[in-house]
Design a protein around this ligand. Structure first.
Ligand code: NDP
Length: 487
């Protein structure tokens, strides 16, 4: 069987590039090349802009309710094709089927559905100014771009295109070159649902293609998901044409476990927030601060459950709940952090090695890893690892732990476990993070805005306010009286 080659998706169909350049995509669980993708060369880039201009002309003049109706058809198709799309995500990312089957496509579809419902309700203002008055219109921005990370490829494409399209914009999306297929399938679905050609285009390639998007003067906004360092480059480049930006970046989020907490629940949260999607989630609570009084109980249960309940293996096996990391390079990076943790004096409670499960012997697995005896100055406690590596620390004073939790330039997420309702709110209000959970961790419904404080991001995704981020306000003053002029 020949290995498939996918082209860029422009103006409602696949378009061949002129350079002939392609790149290979590997299944992280097998190390096999599963398909090739054509790089978006100058010809494709130009075609994408022309296509998006035409798409915008057609889409932005439709009424919000017409757009909503079409987007809801796309939502139905996404749900109908859940298993097919979930399998693509498993093969591209290495994440377990049991997650992708119920999360990746569903949470993507939910967000498009949410914004499709919201768009017709978006209204302007009207106010009298004497006998004159003004009114405002919420108008789309024009052509928007999305640049995605590799951990939730389809979901990220949906979270960015959902509000953008609902508000009447055209979109050019660049998935990560590690995971390019989900966005192509979304593009096909949009066309099938009736979204006009050119409204959603997919360009493929690595950083250079992303850079072109951030530089293009024809693009009004870029919504980026990725590392803090890349985000800074994107903002700098977008400044050249004063683009609007949304930045969804990395984190090193704290979870505070007080001594009155339900410890089993807190362990569940810590495990979900470090080992779900084999640790490749931006909001992960990779710094767990446990009150000294419950520390031993916490780490005993954590060790037992990590060693007994995590099943690594072929991600397509529905019993497997722990998959492979995205690439060999990333596996090596995560292992280098583990080595650093050991050399800086942290103790391994469990894990700390690569895995080669019988059902996926060539996969890029790293064992679920827990470090104890950690201190705030260790590299593993300060830097985002983006793998299954948890650092456990202790505390005994509320103010002190809040100070330690906030002592970072990142501020994506935070959590607190306590049965004391006053403490829960008091503490969470002082934590410098954009996405917070009390006695819970990781849930991110379409209705809830998400985004980072400090260097973890700019702007928000999801929630009502995001629709505003894809529109601009036009103010229109209406003269009802004669103009008074000194001339
Ligand atoms: P990267 O920053 O490496 O890449 C993100 C995207 O940017 C990719 O599509 C990449 O292309 C592209 N890119 C790389 N360089 C440039 C550039 N100079 N200009 C424009 N685009 C560029 O992130 P990862 O893909 O490694 O994703 C992991 C990171 O994403 C973690 O830090 C994680 O915390 C963060 N993340 C944040 C989320 C949030 O909502 N806050 C959610 C998910 C992840 P290519 O990969 O093809 O080279």
């Amino acid at each position: 069987m020949t290995t498939p080659v996918y082209q860029n998706f422009i103006n409602g169909h696949f378009l061949k590039n002129q350079s002939g350049e392609t790149f290979a995509v590997k299944n992280p669980a097998t190390d096999d090349v599963i398909y090739y993708v054509e790089v978006a060369d100058a010809f494709i880039q130009n075609a994408a802009i022309q296509s998006a201009k035409q798409g915008f002309a057609a889409w932005s003049t439709m009424s919000p309710i017409e757009r909503s109706r079409i987007l809801l058809k796309a939502v139905a198709l996404l749900r109908e094709r859940n298993d097919l799309l979930a399998k693509i995500e498993v093969l591209d990312t290495g994440k377990p089927w049991q997650e992708a089957e119920c999360v990746d496509v569903q949470t993507g579809a939910d967000v498009i559905e949410y914004f499709a419902g919201l768009a017709p309700a978006q209204v302007g203002q009207q106010q009298m100014v004497g006998e004159d008055f003004y009114y405002t219109r919420k108008e789309p921005l024009g052509i928007c771009a999305g640049i995605g990370a590799w951990n939730y490829p389809l979901q990220i494409a949906c979270w960015k295109s959902g509000p953008a399209l609902a508000a009447g914009n055209a979109f050019i999306f660049k998935p990560s070159e590690e995971t390019p297929l989900g966005a192509i399938k979304l593009a096909e679905i949009f066309i099938e649902a009736g979204v006009p050609a050119g409204v959603f285009n997919v360009v493929q390639g690595a950083a250079e293609v992303g850079q072109w998007l951030t530089q293009s003067a024809d693009i009004e906004k870029v919504s980026f998901t990725g590392e803090v360092g890349t985000g800074k480059k994107v903002v700098a480049s977008a400044a050249g044409s004063l683009k609007d930006v949304t930045m969804e970046l990395g984190g090193k989020s704290p979870l505070l476990v007080f001594d009155d907490a339900d410890i089993s629940q807190a362990v569940s949260a810590a495990m979900l927030g470090n080992f779900y999607t084999q640790g490749e989630i931006c909001t992960n609570c990779t710094r767990i601060y446990v009150h000294k009084n419950v520390y031993q109980q916490f780490i005993d249960e954590l060790k037992t459950r990590t060693e007994e309940n995590i099943i690594a293996g072929d991600p397509l096996d529905p019993n497997v709940n722990f998959g492979a990391l995205i690439s060999k390079k990333h596996q090596q990076l995560v292992m280098s952090y583990i080595d650093k943790g050991i050399s800086e004096g942290a103790a391994l409670l469990t894990g700390g090695k690569t895995l080669s499960p019988a059902s996926a012997p060539n996969g890029y697995f790293v064992a679920p890893t827990v470090f104890i005896d950690c201190t705030d100055d260790m590299t593993i406690v300060k830097e985002e690892i983006f793998g299954p590596v948890m650092s456990v620390l202790t505390f005994d004073d509320e103010d002190d732990v809040i100070h330690r939790a906030n002592d970072t330039h990142l501020g994506l997420a935070a959590g607190v476990f306590t049965k004391d309702i006053k403490r829960a709110h008091r503490v969470i209000h002082q934590l410098q993070a954009g996405i917070c959970w009390i006695n819970s961790y990781g849930n991110s419904p379409a209705e809830m805005p998400v985004g980072g404080y400090k260097q973890s991001g700019i702007g928000r995704e999801n929630g009502i306010e995001t629709l505003d981020h894809y529109t601009q306000t036009k103010s229109i003053y209406v003269g009802m009286t004669n103009i008074e002029s000194p001339f």
